[in-house]
Write a protein that binds this ligand. Structure first.
Ligand code: GAP
Length: 467
């Protein structure tokens, strides 16, 4: 597969996304680079990271399936978040709440009344747009003959059970957050927690976006990684700052360079109805700055709203001291699919190895789809048993790809392009000295390592990059 033809680019599948499809391009942003955007989108399809959904049927606009490498990478993004938020802490408990829930949840949260975008129709070409994104002119035909803006609710509506009437209406969740608020008491009691503590979850959310776009940046089905951190009200400002800096560090730890990341504090007029302070972690995408995560001080808004609507008091009570209060909530809310795209963009590089051009994804080893490529120098039967022994050993600890086709140079190029940080090569000498060659993706440096210490060597290298 080569580069993308214009026909393909403009096909009904809306794939791959082109700079023309990008909403709000900002030529002044530090890494504005339409070519890079096309290159990443192209690589994602060519190497099996992201496919248009149901491509054989012409796809469905701005909806994507994650291919083998995308599924592996997305899982690694989730795992990296989980490690930092749940595994490495003793004050955060995980849950997995239902996607379909009682519609009263969305009444209490304010989503039914206010989770809307302003929608306008172009009377000339009949396209529909978000009024706040088009400055009074239809981007499709240039007409200024637009309808008045009207609120469009972004929640997907469905019916639960076989009867489609008002009583069976339900919604696909537009955020995972509410599942944490409605389980506040259950989690606090069963886990014997007291504020400050958090509840975290990762899962799919759905929003009927009027103008999805920018490839997987804005889609109607996406994945969130959210945590609600419940704190004594007097400590909320301190915890807000704490989580802003923790979350910035997380992106840097996994390979986003400093100069492509910023924390943007919202002005008062920009704050959501539930928030007293919000800061966005933003990444310099090839089309401009884009939000990766919002960190909000949601005050006691949600627990009070659910108390009012459910009649159940959602508060903390300390029996020993008689202390009773409604905790405030600090919420770091990230998008897994957006983070994956940022990691891909930040990792992409082109350089020269031995006079030959290569493209390489310098992904963090814990984010890369495969950690290890196992490459026997020859397909010959004499090497095969040892190569499979090494593969089995590595597989017990790492995600590995085995490849014994083509020349070793081409195999290295393939692993470089999909971001595999280490290649282990088994050659005829390995049969004599019980050692293999470990090649580093970024430096292309090679060292000979005894098979008996191979896992330790790979662990040591990955750990050195993970602290
Ligand atoms: N509970 C708060 C909340 O949902 P949000 O800023 O609307 O806040 C949090 O969403 C994160 O979810 C965003 O920063 C973004 O990474 C991701 N996200 C939101 N809408 C998205 C969409 N349509 N496509 C992909 N990711 C999205």
């Amino acid at each position: 597969m080569g580069t993308v033809s214009l026909e393909e680019a403009n096909s009904a599948t809306d794939y791959p996304a082109r700079m023309q499809d990008v909403s709000s391009p900002d030529e002044t942003s530090p890494n504005f680079d339409p070519g890079l955007f096309d290159t990443i989108v192209n690589l994602c399809k060519r190497r099996g990271f992201v496919f248009p959904s149901a491509e054989i049927y012409g796809g469905i606009r701005s909806t994507y399936d994650y291919g083998p490498l995308g599924a592996l990478m997305l899982r690694n993004v989730r795992d990296a978040w989980w490690r930092a938020i749940v595994q490495e802490r003793d004050d955060v408990a995980p849950i997995e709440a239902a996607i379909l829930t009682n519609p009263k949840v969305w009444e209490a949260s304010g989503h039914l009344a206010t989770f809307t975008d302003p929608l306008v129709d172009c009377r000339n070409c009949k396209e529909r747009w978000r009024a706040d994104q088009i400055e009074g002119t239809c981007p499709n035909c240039g007409s200024k003959d637009l309808t008045e803006a009207r609120p469009f609710n972004l929640m997907f509506k469905t019916h639960v059970g076989p009867v489609e009437d008002g009583a069976s209406v339900a919604y696909l969740r537009p955020e995972t957050a509410q599942g944490m608020f409605v389980n506040f008491l259950n989690v606090m009691t069963t886990m014997r927690l007291r504020p400050p503590f958090g509840i975290a979850q990762i899962g799919r959310s759905f929003r009927n976006e009027i103008t999805p776009g920018n490839f997987v940046f804005r889609t109607r089905e996406f994945e969130q990684m959210e945590m609600e951190f419940f704190v004594p009200p007097s400590e909320s400002a301190t915890w807000f700052s704490y989580w802003c800096s923790e979350r910035m560090d997380w992106y840097k730890r996994y390979g986003i360079p400093d100069d492509r990341l910023r924390l943007r504090h919202h002005e008062t007029e920009e704050l959501s109805h539930y928030s007293s302070a919000t800061a966005d972690v933003e990444f310099a995408f090839p089309w401009g700055w884009g939000e990766l995560e919002g960190i909000a001080n949601r005050t006691d808004f949600d627990l009070r709203a659910h108390t009012e609507h459910s009649g159940v008091r959602l508060e903390y009570f300390d029996q020993a001291s008689g202390d009773r209060y409604v905790p405030h909530v600090i919420e770091p809310a990230a998008g897994a699919t957006r983070a994956m795209m940022a990691f891909l963009v930040a990792a992409y590089a082109e350089d020269e190895v031995a006079g030959e051009k290569r493209s390489v994804l310098k992904l963090h080893p814990r984010i890369a789809p495969y950690q290890v490529g196992v490459l026997p120098l020859s397909k010959k039967d004499t090497l095969s048993p040892l190569a499979h022994k090494v593969l089995t050993m590595c597989r017990a600890r790492f995600m590995c790809e085995f490849d014994d086709t083509q020349s070793i140079g081409r195999r290295y190029r393939r692993q470089d392009e999909i971001g595999t940080p280490y290649c282990v090569t088994i050659d005829f000498e390995s049969l004599e000295d019980d050692a293999v060659t470990v090649r580093d993706r970024d430096t292309t440096g090679q060292v000979r390592v005894p098979i008996s210490s191979l896992l330790g060597e790979l662990d040591r290298r990955i750990d050195a990059l993970s602290s």
